[in-house]
Design a protein around this ligand. Sequence first.
Ligand code: SF4
Length: 234
Amino acid sequence: MPDMSPKKTPMPSQAPDVRNKNFSEVALGYTREMAVGEAKRCLNCKNKPCVAACPVRIDIPAFIERVAHEDFEEAYEVLSRSTSLPAVCGRVCPQESQCEGKCVRGIKGEPVGIGRLERFVADWHRAQKSAPAAKSAPNGHKVAVIGAGPSGLTCAGDLAKMGYAVTIFEALHLPGGVLSYGIPEFRLPKQIVQEAVSYTHLTLPTNREVERSWVAACLKKKTKREYAAKTEQK
Ligand code: SF4
């Protein structure tokens, strides 16, 4: 039987009088007991409205069901199938307007704390100091991604899982884009971002600016070549 309590398990946080004297993360994360208790609030809905509202379509009821059974490794596996950055997304995704905004439990109370559970699973995995997932077998193709912000990292992470040898070119000295340069430490610690990046098996030269004009010229050349090839075929 699911736990029908109408409120989310509260997130432990630094007390106001403590957090006003440091820059550390304010939200401290669920304990194991809190995560399991919160996971038991999920109804495992058949039509999964939370999944349809997730931009990367994480199988939310499946990972939460694993948390409820204290199988955190399998919960991490379910998350990893759809996201390369669960520790980041669990902290900073706007869940209230995405997955949690559509959660059935939100109709008569508070939605399931999906983001908090995602964060818990990712942090649990980091704490085990498990090796990153094995590299996928190479498919013989190389891809260059320009910009190591959230979209570049996600795209590169997905391609790496498919066996592409991915190099991301980043103009600044740290990967992460807005995650490293736009979100303050108390909300998203830099260490979380850098660890998440290190798990993606990517070649990541930083301080390498790629000229926009060069990219535009390459695309133009490629389009011309493709156009010429098509015209010849006719
Ligand atoms: S909508 Fe809410 S209750 Fe239903 S499966 Fe998703 S998280 Fe669980």
